[in-house]
Every structure is written in C-alpha cells, then in structure tokens.
Design a binder for this molecule. Structure first.
Ligand SMILES: NC(=O)c1ccc[n+]([C@@H]2O[C@H](COP(=O)([O-])OP(=O)(O)OC[C@H]3O[C@@H](n4cnc5c(N)ncnc54)[C@H](OP(=O)(O)O)[C@@H]3O)[C@@H](O)[C@H]2O)c1
Length: 231
C-alpha cells in the first residue's frame, strides 16, 4: 500500500504522547512522512523538542515541520492523541491529559500484559487497557485500540512493506474509520475489528506474539487475517 500525503482528507494533527520512545518515534516518523501534522509529546518539553528537531532533519526541508511539546500541550494542540507510553507509567500521564483529551480521538497502543512475564496476557480490571483509558477519560473521548501487534522494528523499516494487519477496536465507529484511514496512509493495512469489548483480544494477542518471538528467536512476529478483501 503506497504512502501518500493527506491532501484530500481533513487536516489531522496527531499528538504522539511518549513520541520520544521507540514505538512512538517510529509512528511519528511514518505519520510525518505521509504528510500528517505531528506533535511529539514528552514529560519534558525540551526532550520533545530535541526529538522533533532530529525528526525534521531526517525528513528534510520539504516535509511539514514536526513540533515538540510537553505531553499536555501536544494533546491540547491536536485532534487525535496517541498514547505511546508504557502501561505501568500511564496513570499520571492520563491525569495530565484528562482535559486535553475530551472530545478527541484517543489511540491506545498498549497491551494487557503480565508485568512479571510479558509473554502472558493479563487484563486489568476494566477488561483491557483500552477500556481503562476509555473509563478514565469518560464518554466524550473516543478511545480506540490500534498498533498493539506491530513492532517498532517493522515501523522503522519505512521503505519495506509491512506484511501485518493493524486491528482497530473501539466504541465509536467514526473514530475507528478515521484511525483506519490514517493507518492506511502510512502504508499499513488496517481492519475494523469492532467494539471496545474486542480490544482485549487485540491486546492479548501481543502476549502471543511475544511468546512466538521468544520461541522462534525473531523480533517482529505479526498477524495477518485471511479471507478479507484488500483494497
Ligand atoms: N515495543 C514494542 O514492541 C511495542 C509494540 C506495540 C506497542 N507498544 C506499546 O507502545 C508503547 C510505547 O512503547 P515503547 O517501547 O516505545 O516504550 P518506551 O520507549 O519505554 O517509552 C516510551 C516513552 O514513554 C515515556 N515513559 C517511559 N517510561 C515512563 C514512565 N514510567 N512513566 C511515564 N512515561 C514514561 C518516555 O517519554 P518521556 O521521557 O519523553 O516522557 C518514553 O520515551 C507501550 O504502551 C507499548 O506497550 C510497544
């Protein structure tokens, strides 16, 4: 699937919270390269600015400028907020973003993993991390699960086709469709995988992929559904 800039679609501004880390940085680069306006967020605004400067140098002068802010400022300036922070550090980040996330699409990419052994699925009390984020922000935030099953190594290989699907779940159909469109624009197949209750399946699948990675000594096991028509 080709990368192409978003010229005909709305001008999305995506805040990558924790865009200084491996997964978030790789996603930020792919979105920016596809012409989406990207705001890198960090607990430390200067660190975000440095990450944005490095990314702008990689992207070249013709690309839209990536900007770096504190997590809260990045989220406030965006219409889509992607959480790319470890689950065990997420609570204070959610507190920080509570106001900024209202009436926005929020993408959770974290999985339900046992901290003692990440190859074992372990849902939180809410049923999934995505459901926990939805509960935390309340109904006006449109929270979706996406990207759980794609490794940063695959995201970083920007010139290679990613032979994996991203499954997108969440309670708001229009939000799922917006996120699917954005994912397809960065060269990855995305499928509507249904309602918020299904997020646990996608999150638990990450434990399966980690177990497979360990067993077969690989880094980027992924999933691809069969029997689905492709564009
Ligand atoms: N790695 C994978 O294979 C993979 C695949 C799919 C999804 N994911 C998900 O992607 C998310 C990010 O993964 P990653 O590997 O990029 O994580 P990471 O590098 O460990 O952390 C990402 C960023 O989160 C912030 N952070 C780190 N520890 C934190 C803490 N205790 N509390 C608050 N913020 C903290 C840091 O940003 P600042 O210091 O700049 O604030 C860091 O740069 C996770 O939810 C992970 O489950 C990962």
């Amino acid at each position: 699937m080709p990368n192409h800039p978003i010229t005909q679609s709305p001008n999305h501004r995506i805040a990558i919270i924790g865009g200084t880390g491996k997964e978030g940085n790789a996603l930020a680069f792919r979105f920016a390269r596809a012409g989406v306006r990207v705001l890198i967020g960090s607990r430390d605004a200067a660190k975000a600015q440095n990450a944005a400067n490095e990314m702008n140098a990689r992207l070249g002068a013709a690309a839209l400028r990536v900007e770096g802010y504190s997590n809260r400022d990045a989220a406030a300036k965006a219409n889509i907020v992607l959480l790319s922070v470890p689950y065990d550090g997420m609570k204070p980040i959610l507190e920080d973003l509570r106001d900024a996330a209202q009436n926005k699409i929020v993408i959770n990419i974290a999985s339900s993993l046992d901290p003692e052994r990440k190859s074992r699925a372990k849902p939180p009390a809410a049923g999934s991390v995505t459901a926990e984020v939805q509960q935390f922000f309340g109904d006006t935030a449109k929270v979706v699960a996406a990207f759980q099953n794609i490794s940063p190594e695959k995201l970083e290989a920007v010139d290679e086709k990613i032979d994996s699907d991203v499954l997108v779940c969440g309670g708001d159909k229009a939000a799922r469709e917006t996120v699917i469109e954005l994912i397809r624009r960065i060269g990855i197949d995305a499928l509507d995988a249904g309602v918020l209750a299904n997020a646990i399946a996608v999150e638990a699948l990450t434990a399966v992929l980690i177990a497979v990675n360990i067993k077969y000594k690989v880094k980027g096991a992924g999933i691809r559904l069969t029997g689905v028509p492709r564009e």
